[in-house]
Design a protein around this ligand. Structure first.
Ligand SMILES: NC(=O)c1ccc[n+]([C@@H]2O[C@H](COP(=O)([O-])OP(=O)(O)OC[C@H]3O[C@@H](n4cnc5c(N)ncnc54)[C@H](O)[C@@H]3O)[C@@H](O)[C@H]2O)c1
Length: 320
């Protein structure tokens, strides 16, 4: 029998591409996309069931879960780091009360949950290169605070109530379909869009900033693979470190210039520089590899080629 899946935050950067992939693999009617404040990208509403809800409305969530007989939730609704710093209380409300609602519904209906954490759980007081799975978690942003608290909630609901919840610490995600929603790693996406549109970009972090990133296909595979892993193979219900590819902004600009001659970049660091400086350059993700076979497929050059191909196609089609 086909598993009935709901993607909360399904119109966002990750959710919209996850929806297409899950519908492709498991059938379009088996995946309910839950939208809210972001307009769905092209094809998302026509390719399978679509509803809207505010994640803070637990009754509505439960009603949809019952109506569609949902067995798995990918909970991706969140306020990200850049937006969160502008209204920290709002970020707490969406990120924590939203997660508690999902965990409560999961407890009541025995639903399996995927909830992503982030590199934002780390702060200045831990190693920044090959950051270990278990280390000091002292984030400097409200977003990071909600990710640490969220991981602990997941672990608690698993231990106390047996909720089968699984989590990863994503690095910055690079993709060409839906724009990111206001995080600190957004520059690594915007640089490609602006290179294709105008061949120039003003970057909000400096040229020496190094952060771990990941291309969308690896991000999607990680979510689907950890959800498919046998429950007893998972040694933690906190977020698993996932390393992708690490590079400086200057290296990224060079990569772009090779594919877009004459590309010009200016650096005008803003408040997100301090956030970026507090995050790891790279993470040690051996535990994800050992427990459920995690492996990065996409390297830097292949990712850049694919980004340019996709965005140039969209520009030509008038959808960029
Ligand atoms: N994109 C990244 O680089 C990245 C990196 C690490 C972790 N993550 C995590 O992955 C998850 C998805 O991130 P994303 O980049 O797709 O985010 P996004 O900002 O692109 O999408 C978030 C989605 O949440 C929805 N949403 C916001 N408020 C809501 C509410 N009150 N009720 C229901 N839905 C609401 C929005 O409509 C949007 O579709 C988040 O938990 C994020 O913290 C993302």
């Amino acid at each position: 029998m086909v598993t009935r899946t709901m993607i909360v935050g399904g119109t966002g950067q990750i959710g919209s591409e996850l929806a297409h992939e899950l519908r492709r693999r498991f059938g379009k009617d088996s995946v309910l996309v839950l939208g809210h404040s972001r307009r769905p990208s092209e094809g998302l509403m026509d390719s399978g069931p679509y509803e809207t809800a505010d994640i803070r409305d637990r009754e509505r969530l439960l009603e949809l879960v019952v109506r569609y007989d949902i067995q798995e939730i990918y909970h991706l609704a969140a306020v990200l780091s850049g937006v969160g710093e502008k209204d920290p209380q709002f970020a707490w409300d969406i990120n924590i009360n939203g997660l508690i609602n999902v965990l409560e519904v999961a407890r009541e209906r025995a639903i399996k949950v995927f909830w992503p954490s982030s590199i934002a759980v780390f702060g200045n007081n831990c190693p920044h290169v090959d950051t270990p799975q278990d280390t000091v978690l002292q984030p400097t942003t409200m977003y990071g605070v909600t990710k640490v608290a969220g991981e602990l909630l997941c672990e608690y609901y698993h231990r106390r109530y047996g909720v089968d919840v699984r989590s990863v610490r994503y690095p910055g995600i690079i993709s060409a379909e839906t724009l990111p929603g206001g995080g600190t790693t957004d520059y690594a996406v915007a640089i490609f869009y602006e290179a294709v549109r105008r061949n120039q970009y003003t970057c909000f972090v400096n040229k020496d900033t190094v952060l771990p990133m990941m291309y969308m296909p690896d991000c999607i595979n990680a979510a689907i693979d950890i959800m498919a892993a046998p429950s007893d193979s998972l040694s933690t219900r906190l977020g698993y470190n996932l390393n992708g590819i690490s590079f400086s902004t200057a290296e990224l600009a060079e990569l772009v210039r090779k594919r877009s001659p004459g590309f010009a970049i200016r650096y005008e660091p803003d408040f997100r520089q301090t956030i970026a400086d507090s995050w790891p350059d790279s993470m040690d993700d051996y535990r994800a590899t050992e427990d459920w076979g995690w492996k990065v497929e996409w390297g830097l050059d292949r990712m850049a080629d694919d980004m340019f191909a996709k965005l140039r196609r969209r520009l030509a089609a008038g959808t960029l």
